[in-house]
Structure formats: structure tokens, C-alpha cells
Design a binder for this molecule. Structure first.
Ligand code: SER
Length: 312
């Protein structure tokens, strides 16, 4: 029998593409997609699907036993902007879903976990450029606090109970095929859609707000590579820094203008500006490079070509 995988939050921004990729690698029937709702997506139609509430331990346990699951990718979460609007629920969802899965691994019902962290673990006191793996971590958002705490628990469950949990601090993720899920970096997806549909875009961040970003193809590859790495290659059991590119709204707009010369950007910062200002501008990911051979492929130029080609 091959590896059996459960993805919780399979209909979300990352989950959708991750499910499809894992199904091509492990076989459709070996990758069980799950989400709180049965949305009519490729994920639901291309293989097994279960309705699972990530906050319901018994439900997760039942699905794991029913499908003889070996590995869980826990992708359900409230992202930074949405979390600020509903802090109590964000804390509940982001933390307790993680505890459920960690406890199932502790009880030896599953063998391996992937759990996403984020650049949001960093805060205003963190060095902003080339943010190191090990540095000051004082997040100022609910989302960041939940990710920081989650990282500590992952490491704790690994050290104390031997749980094989692996994690990445994703930068802002950009994809043509899935919509972003309520984050502060979402502008970098919307801008491509609006450039093509309206020829203009009003950005909710200021022109010089530089943030770490990554094309979804790279993010999915990183996720699968860290999960397929051998146990002894994974030296960090909290979460790995991961980097690809960093740019400002001005810079992404200039790149789009190379393809759509009439494109115009305007700026109207909202509450998300404060979140963005608290995060790093660029990330140092040399630990991921050294430990499990991470290397990004896409930069701003190649990503823009690919985005516009697919969306156009
Ligand atoms: N893209 C995420 C957000 O903006 C960062 O993890 O919330």
C-alpha cells in the first residue's frame, strides 16, 4: 500500500493546488481532500472528498481511521487580514486544529504532519532585511501570534513526543488558478486580474511597501520537497524560512506595465498597511537551502509572464 494522505482545508488557496499536485504524485485515490464545505471544485471531482470541520477532533480521527491515513497536511486557517476582524475565532481555528493533528500523531494514528507557518511570525522588532531564521520574533497580529505559538508547539511535540512535523514560513503566495484567502499580500494576486480586466488597480498598501513573495508553483514544490526529505535532513522542527522574491507595489506595477503599457496603479492604504509594515521586507532562507536543498525558480519577471499568460 502506498502513502495515504489527508489534506484539511483542501479547497483553499494553497490546498486546491496542493491536492491536485499530490494526486498526480501519489494517485487520486490515495489523496483524500477535505474541507468544511463541499465546494464544486476540481478538488471535489478528481478524487475522494470528505466534509471535515478542522475544529472537530472526532471527525478528523474518524476520517483518518476510515482511510488509513499516514500523512496530514493541515491547510485550514484564518489569514492575517481576516484574523484581525475575528481574533477569537482565528485563535481557536489556527491553534486547536493544530493540536488535534499533533495529538493524533502523538497517539501514533498518523506518521507525518505538514503545517504551514508564515512570515507573519515576525514583528516590528525583527530585522527587516534578510530576516534570519533565528531572530527576534514578536508578532503584532493575531495571525502572527497563532503561527508563532504553533511553531513552538510543533517543536515541542517533536522533541517530547517524537512527532514528525514539518513546516515552512510561507511568504505571500501568488497564483493564477486560486483566489487568495484574506491575507495582507493578496494585492499581488488581485493586481494581475485588475490589470487585465480594467487596466488599472487601486492598491490597499502604499507604493513602497516591500514584502517577501513567492509564486505558487515554488510554494507547492517546497511543501512536497520538505515532506519527502529524509527525517535527518529536517533539523528545524519549528518552521523554516523560505524565500523567492521581494517587491513593492511600484515594482510589480512596473513589471506589469512591460506587458500592458496603459496599466495604471493608484494607492489607498487601509488597515492592512499596518500589518504589512510589521513584517519583513526580505527573508534569508539559507537553512532550508542547506538542510533539504531548497531553491526557488520564479522571480518577479518570470512570474509576471506566467500569470498574464494564464489569466489573459
Ligand atoms: N499571505 C499571508 C497573509 O497575508 C501571509 O502568511 O496573511
Amino acid at each position: 500500500m502506498g502513502t495515504k494522505i489527508l489534506i484539511i482545508g483542501a479547497c483553499g488557496q494553497i490546498g486546491t493546488e496542493l491536492t491536485q499536485k499530490l494526486r498526480t504524485i501519489y494517485g487520486n485515490d490515495n489523496v483524500i481532500a477535505s474541507d468544511i464545505r463541499k465546494l464544486n471544485t476540481d478538488v471535489v471531482n478528481s478524487g475522494p472528498f470528505e466534509v471535515v470541520n478542522a475544529l472537530d477532533f472526532n471527525q478528523i480521527e474518524h476520517i483518518i481511521e476510515k482511510h488509513h491515513i499516514d500523512e496530514v497536511y493541515l491547510m485550514a486557517a484564518l489569514l492575517s487580514a481576516t484574523a484581525e476582524k475575528n481574533p477569537a475565532f482565528a485563535w481557536d481555528l489556527n491553534m486547536n486544529s493544530l493540536f488535534h493533528v499533533l495529538n493524533l500523531a502523538k497517539a501514533k494514528k498518523i506518521k507525518k504532519i505538514f503545517w504551514p507557518s508564515s512570515i507573519a511570525v515576525f514583528g516590528p522588532t525583527t530585522p527587516k532585511e534578510n530576516t534570519p531564521q533565528f531572530t527576534i520574533i514578536e508578532p503584532s497580529t493575531v495571525y502572527g501570534i497563532s503561527k508563532q505559538s504553533g511553531e513552538r508547539w510543533c517543536e515541542y511535540y517533536h522533541n517530547i513526543f517524537g512527532v514528525d512535523v514539518r513546516s515552512i514560513r510561507y511568504p505571500g503566495l501568488i497564483s493564477w488558478s486560486t483566489a487568495p484567502g484574506g491575507g495582507t499580500t493578496d494585492y499581488a494576486v488581485d493586481i494581475y486580474h485588475k490589470a487585465l480586466s480594467d487596466g488599472k488597480y487601486e492598491c490597499f498598501l502604499s507604493s513602497e511597501t516591500k514584502m517577501p513573495m513567492m509564486y505558487m508553483d515554488d510554494a507547492i514544490r517546497a511543501t512536497i520537497e520538505i515532506m519527502q526529505a529524509s527525517d535527518d535532513e529536517i533539523k528545524i522542527r519549528s518552521s523554516y524560512n523560505l524565500a523567492a522574491m521581494s517587491f513593492t507595489p511600484t515594482e510589480i506595477a512596473a513589471e506589469i506595465k512591460k506587458h500592458i503599457p496603459e496599466f495604471e496603479i493608484t494607492y489607498n492604504p487601509d488597515f492592512r498597511q499596518k500589518i504589512a509594515d510589521s513584517w519583513p521586507a526580505s527573508i534569508d532562507d539559507k537553512e532550508a537551502q542547506k538542510d533539504w536543498g531548497w531553491k526557488h525558480e520564479f522571480d518577479l519577471e518570470s512570474m509576471t509572464v506566467d500569470m498574464l499568460e494564464h489569466l489573459g
